[in-house]
Design a protein around this ligand. Sequence first.
Ligand code: DON
Length: 567
Amino acid sequence: MRFILLQLVVTACWAAWAARANGPVPSTHGQVVSAHPLASQAGLQILQAGGNAIDAAVATGLALAVVHPAAGNLGGGGFMVLALKDGRATTLDFRETAPAAARAGMYLGADGQLVPSSNHEGFRAVGIPGTIAGFDLALRRYGVKSWSEVTQPAVRLAREGIPLTPALAQEFAQLQADWRRNPAAAAIFLKPDGSTFAAGELWRQPDLARTLTRLQNKGRDGFYRGPVARALAAAMKDHGGLITTRDLATYAAIERAPLRGNYRGWEILSMPPPSSGGTALIEMLNILERHDLSALGHNSAPYLHLLTETMRRAFADRARFLGDPEANPSLSATVARLTSKEHAARLDRTIRPDAAAVSDPIRLNEAYESPETTHYSVIDAAGNAVVVTYTLENSYGARVVPDGLGFLLNNEMGDFNPQPGRTDATGLIGTSPNLIRPGRRMLSSMSPTIVRRDGQPVLLVGSPGGRTIINTVLQVILNTVDFRMDLSTAVAAPRLHHQWLPDELVLESLTAGQPVPWPRVELERLGHRVRLGGAQGRVMAIQRLPGQEGYLGAADPRDPDAAAAGY
Ligand code: DON
């Protein structure tokens, strides 16, 4: 009876929030936008209990690990960008690292070629998780609440259960073959008799609740030391993985200065390496600033051509130069050069208005002279702004769970360049800055970004989508700044992607279920190889309207479960 009642309450609650999903949600005090209404609500609950945006971001992140297991995580990693009410800005890097036993050629076969998918599958593809160390650093340096308080909503959601949304039930069922290969995962995502869950059924995660309780009592050490660390290392040993208790005990999150850009007077704060996001984003904005985009017209052929050529060049630089800053000593000077207005001017001069360039895997930019992650945004009444993108890499990561711990492990090792020296037209990249080395962080595209105007955060934005993330964030910023779209329109507008290699321009095929009227023929005439693709990214954004009090939150209509929550 107690459970039926509980289910009714949770379902009613979910329905209330779901009803608000995707629309612009106005609020005067604070706002959380995430991939699940109950996670947004978890953050909101902490804000209303006197927590700041940092506390709420940690609570939302922990709740997403319960209600959005495709990407919300304890077993993955990510980045947080903070713009504080006093004007300071900073970032936290909690990207996974390669275990001490990892080697550059560890995914190659006897023939020296990459064993297909081996860098993305099972326990050997797991990087040392960083999420809990990142959340711990955030709380200690910038939060006002304790581990014991910020874990409360997540513990309750895991212990008491949530009603499965149709999207979640469908995902669990689609992956049942994966679950059956790993009994600890099957114990979570399938019923005890091996059958699949239906939408609306109550889904409880007692093992995860226990792990979260350890965090509640012991904070960071509840994960990186003691029973959780030992069980994780034991699972690694049993299944051919590399992570040891020593790897876990020595993992550290790192605070880094944000990357700063200036786009038409708007200040861009984004993630430095080991993400490529901020660098490529600012490089692209600098090139585009040299053009009158609104005069070209939103998603017109000349606009799309310019955007594509800009993306091609920034992604070539990404492949050539970017990786873990600790392993690439001159990287900060390189990033300063790549994000300079001079570099943008030089690249811009190589863009022909009448013809597409050709992506060349050998010559990179010398030729021109030179599905799953999750993002959420949080802002509080004092104006502290926090954006977090974190991930397990693929949807549901490596799709393996260490016995008894209740959480999925990432397959982030797949973000390293797997085959040293091999860069080819398929998009395989083998450049040295991002090769596997023990302790190294793999290059990311995650781009949590805050835009400020006159020192005030006016746009909080980010998205999942692998390499498409950077281009998604770019287009939401352009839609807002150049085309003055309201936030919901800016987030919903159809997007494109080009990543240098493979040399193809990918256009979203549908918008709101209807075909997008792209100027495909004109683009092909300019020499672009055009392909229609599926939905690009899932943006969770918050906007502060200049001269007005309060905030507007927008969850991407591409995500059926996403929701903004404000008060
Ligand atoms: O760090 C990165 O760039 C990737 N591991 C992100 C993966 C991702 O976004 C997949 N999502 N759809």
